[in-house]
Design a protein around this ligand. Structure first.
Ligand code: SAM
Length: 279
């Protein structure tokens, strides 16, 4: 089939010789923020699309999988989660999911770029519907600088919802950053960070878990889930525990579209090629 290129957005993955295209019906917004190029489109099949520096951040249709898997598994594994920090996450999808848990007393979100949150509030209002919850607070600054000054032991869960490890986000994957996160975690604290595609970025996942261990966190593990508009269509989040990985989790009683108790277990199963490569 011949594609009319002006009607399609294509994100190329040159290292892996492939690409993903979405059909567009309208450009809704474009700006260069102080940090990145921000674009919003209406697509024909995936609702609205947000790009940062030409990379897909989210679509209306499939973002629920990512946002639920970045939040509910770790919250359900913590014995008594009260204070949560989100670093990145400017679209507010993770924030909305965290706030579904009534036992959470406070969620602070730190994103570099206020314009991402502005665009999300305007074009993805469903993701920002809980932004006025009195338990939520937002600040706009560098997440690395923020965590380096955080009070020791003050967060039960830290969620790193960042872009790929390039530019301003590269330091969010560093050992120094994980060391500061570890210091800011409470005794049973859990760190979880988006860790890219298991198929394309296995080495990155391996190195993230090694760095988490290096800074004193325990039992690093990866959650696997589909994400059809991210490179390879298959994504991951990697986590590590201040006091060791709990043997069970609390079944959650909230409304979800992807996450449930069976998914919680299944998402932690390591594919054989990764087990073999990690030997
Ligand atoms: N789910 C998306 C993905 O995996 O591609 C990430 C979405 S979220 C919009 C990523 C956010 O990280 C962006 O809003 C960006 O501004 C933010 N970000 C990048 N570097 C950052 C930093 N150093 N500190 C805080 N936020 C940062």
């Amino acid at each position: 089939m011949k594609l009319e290129s002006e009607k399609w957005f294509t994100e190329f993955y040159p290292d892996d010789g492939c690409a993903l295209s979405l059909e567009l019906s309208e450009k809704l917004h474009e700006e260069q923020t102080p940090w990145q190029k921000l674009e919003i489109y209406q697509t024909t099949g995936f609702g609205r699309l947000m790009l940062l520096d030409g990379c897909i951040m989210l679509t209306s249709r499939d973002n629920f999988i990512y946002h639920e898997m970045m939040t509910h598994p770790v919250i359900s594994m913590h014995p008594e989660p009260k204070n949560v920090l989100i670093i990145g996450g400017g679209d507010c999808g993770c924030l909305r999911e965290v706030l579904k848990h009534t036992e959470i007393k406070a969620v602070h979100q730190v994103d570099l770029d206020e314009r991402v949150t502005w665009a999300s509030e305007k074009y993805f209002p469903e993701l920002s519907e809980s932004n006025n919850d009195p338990r939520a607070s937002l600040s706009f600054t560098d997440g690395v600088a923020y965590i380096e000054q955080a009070k020791s032991g003050c967060y039960d869960i830290i969620i790193v919802d960042s872009v790929d490890p390039v530019g301003q986000a590269a330091r969010l994957y560093s050992e120094e950053f994980y060391r500061a996160c570890s210091a800011a975690l409470s005794d049973n604290g859990i760190l979880v960070a988006q860790s890219e595609s298991p198929l394309f970025h296995h080495e990155l996942i391996k190195s993230m878990k090694a760095r988490m261990t290096e800074v004193g966190l325990n039992d690093p593990a990866t959650l696997f889930f589909p994400q059809c508009t991210y490179p390879s269509g298959w994504w991951s989040a990697s986590m590590a525990f201040k006091a060791g990985r709990p043997s069970n989790h609390r079944p959650v009683d909230i409304e979800t579209k992807y996450y449930n108790n069976a998914i919680h277990q299944a998402a932690q199963a390591m594919p054989q090629f990764m087990l073999d490569a990690d030997k």
